[in-house]
Design a protein. Structure first.
Lengths: 109, 117
């Protein structure tokens, strides 16, 4: 059974800092890994999807990497802004999409 | 274009009543998924549709839960004889047809917040 873990559970940083969110998964037989953002009381917004054959994906200030062999993915956020404050979820897709518990990010002005 | 929509956005019901939650996927997306997000329990998979059939319904927590999809579009999740532990946010997602369940990016709706009193 796939298990996904995210570290840290919560993170508070000053505006402008670069930061890394970590995601680990126990079963490396995945099709892809997806990073989402969830704002309070809202649904999930897809940020990046990395196919199993890929090593990383970039979108603006976001960069996600995937190392299947070690069961790890990282989401790098450059030059963080208060608007980046949200919960970030990673999800590994095997026979079903399995989510981590999320990292609650607060960027302070 | 229009994203995934869900209705109602909020539902308060008495214990023992039946509820129906609705999901309208993105037009042209043949795969549709239901998830539940409970406080302190994260997001859990409930059921997956490809077209009108449900190849994987193993995530449904009990036989009080059922779902259907008609016309390859709208889906309804029905919870019979609701219990307080059913209180959660129910999220729907859709994706393009995939050879496997999760090969394509999933797009989520805003969710339905269900409160059972």
């Amino acid at each position: 059974k796939q298990e996904v873990t995210q570290i840290p559970a919560a993170l508070s940083v000053p505006e402008g800092e670069n930061l890394v969110l970590n995601c680990s998964f126990t079963d490396s037989a995945i099709y892809n890994l997806q990073w989402f953002r969830q704002d309070p009381g809202k649904g999930l917004t897809s940020l990046l999807l990395i196919q199993s054959s890929q090593r990383e994906q970039t979108s603006g200030r976001l960069n996600a990497s995937l190392d299947k062999s070690s069961g790890r993915s990282t989401l790098y956020i450059a030059a963080s802004q208060p608007g980046d404050s949200a919960t970030y979820l990673c999800a590994a897709s095997g026979s079903r999409l399995t989510f981590g518990e999320g990292t609650q990010l607060t960027v302070n002005p | 274009g229009a994203g995934v929509s869900q209705s109602p956005s909020n539902k308060v019901t008495e214990k023992g009543k039946d509820v129906e939650l609705r999901c309208d996927p993105i037009s042209g997306h043949t795969a549709l998924y239901w998830y539940r997000q409970s406080l302190g329990q994260g997001l859990e998979f409930l059921i997956y549709f490809q077209g009108n059939s449900a190849p994987d319904k193993s995530g449904l927590p009990s036989d009080r839960f059922s779902a259907e999809r008609t016309g390859g579009s709208v889906s309804t999740l029905t919870i019979q004889r609701t219990q307080q532990e059913d209180s959660a946010v129910y999220l729907c997602a859709s994706s393009r047809l995939a050879g496997t369940q999760s090969s394509y990016e999933q797009y989520f709706g805003p969710g339905t917040r269900l409160t059972v009193t």
